[in-house]
Design a protein around this ligand. Sequence first.
Ligand code: ZN
Length: 126
Amino acid sequence: MTGVTPELLAAPWVCATCGSHVAGPGTCCGEPRLDLRDERVRDLLRDIDLRAEQRRETRARFLGTGIGVVAVIALWCVPGYWTLRQAYGLPFLADQWAFMILIALGVMKLLGRGTKRFPYVDETTP
Ligand SMILES: [Zn+2]
C-alpha cells in the first residue's frame, strides 16, 4: 500500500463508532475493532462518513429554508419596506425570493460543514 502514514500502519485497528484507532484488535464502544488495512473496511468507513455528511446537509437545508422564510416575513413588517420597493418598481416578490435564497444558502454554508469521523481513511487508499 502506498500513501499510508507510519502512524496508521502502527495503529490500523479502528472503532466504527467513535473513530479511534489503536495498534491491536479488541473492542471499543462495545463493538469489535475493524482492520483498516482491509479495503472493505475502508469502504464501510467512507460510507458512514458520507451518510453523516448527507444527514447534516439535509438538516442545514431545512433550517436554512425556515430561517429564510421567517426573515422575509419579518421584512414585511419593517415600516417603509413596501413603499420603498414600490418606488423601485420591483417585480412581484422578486426581491423577497432573492433574500430567501441568499439567507438559506448562507445558513446551509454555515451549518453544512462538519468534521469527519474517519479523516484518516483516504490516507490508507492505495
Ligand atoms: Zn469506540
